[in-house]
Design a protein. Structure first.
Length: 216
C-alpha cells in the first residue's frame, strides 16, 4: 500500500500543498486536476526529487522520506524522456540496469526483449537524435519497465503522442503492472484515458485529494 499522510510542500508562502490519501497495492492509479494544482509536485515528492516540509510517504510499510531517489523502490517517467544523446538506445536502457553499463549477457538479452515489446527491435544501436518523439518515449518507457520497480510514476509521459501510440504504450504499462504486481501512478490531462485505464482516480483540488472509483 502507498500511504501519503499529511504531506506538506511549499514553493513559497503563496504556493502551499497538503496531500493525504492511500491506494492499495497492485493498482493503476490516474491523477487528475487542473494545471498548477500539484500533480507533478506530488510525483516528485514521492520519487524524492523534492522534499516535503512535513508528513510521511510510506510504501509497503517502509517510510521513504529519508531515502535518496536512487534508493527508493521507484521508477519515474517524465514528459521529457531524459535520454542521453551520446548513448545508443541499448546504452540508454542499460543505464536503468547498471549505471556503469557493465551489462551481463542476461541483461543484454532483457534489453533486446523489452525493445521487441515496444516495437524498436531494430533500433538497438541507434542514437536518440535519429528517433522520432514517439520512439524516444518508447525507449524511456522500456528503461523504466526493465528496472522492474514495484512503484512506477508516470508524469504525463504520453501527452505529446498520437492517440494510437498513447493507447499502445498504456497497454504495455498495464501489462507490466499486472505481471509484476506493481503500483502505477499516472498524471494525465486526458480524463477519458484515466477512466479507461485506471483502477482508481485521484482528483487533486485546492485543499484536498479525493480518491474515487472510476465509472468503467
Amino acid at each position: 500500500m502507498l500511504l501519503i499522510n499529511n504531506l506538506e510542500f511549499a514553493y513559497s508562502s503563496a504556493e502551499k500543498w497538503r496531500f493525504s490519501f492511500k491506494v492499495p497495492d497492485n493498482r493503476n492509479i490516474a491523477i487528475l486536476g487542473a494545471s498548477g494544482i500539484g500533480k507533478s509536485t506530488l510525483l516528485n515528492l514521492i520519487a524524492g526529487f523534492q522534499q516535503p516540509l512535513s508528513g510521511d510517504i510510506i510504501f509497503n510499510q517502509q517510510r521513504l522520506n529519508d531515502l535518496p531517489p536512487a534508493q527508493r523502490p521507484i521508477s519515474m517517467l517524465f514528459q521529457e524522456n531524459n535520454l542521453f544523446e551520446h548513448l545508443t538506445v541499448k546504452q540508454n536502457i542499460g543505464l536503468g540496469l547498471n549505471p556503469s553499463l557493465k551489462l551481463s549477457a542476461q541483461q543484454l538479452q532483457s534489453i533486446e526483449e523489452i525493445l521487441e515489446k515496444v516495437s524498436l527491435a531494430n533500433k538497438l544501436d541507434v542514437f536518440p537524435n535519429d528517433l522520432s518523439t514517439g520512439q524516444r518515449q518508447r525507449v524511456a518507457l522500456a528503461r523504466c519497465l526493465l528496472r522492474n520497480k514495484p512503484l512506477l510514476l508516470l508524469d504525463e509521459p504520453f501527452s505529446a503522442l498520437d492517440q494510437t501510440t498513447r493507447e499502445e504504450l498504456m497497454r504495455l504499462v498495464k501489462e507490466f503492472q499486472h505481471k509484476q504486481n506493481a503500483t502505477v501512478l499516472l498524471v494525465t490531462h486526458h480524463q477519458k484515458e484515466a477512466l479507461e485505464s485506471a483502477d482508481l482516480v485521484i482528483e487533486l483540488t485546492n485543499d484536498r485529494s479525493i480518491v474515487a472509483v472510476p465509472t468503467t
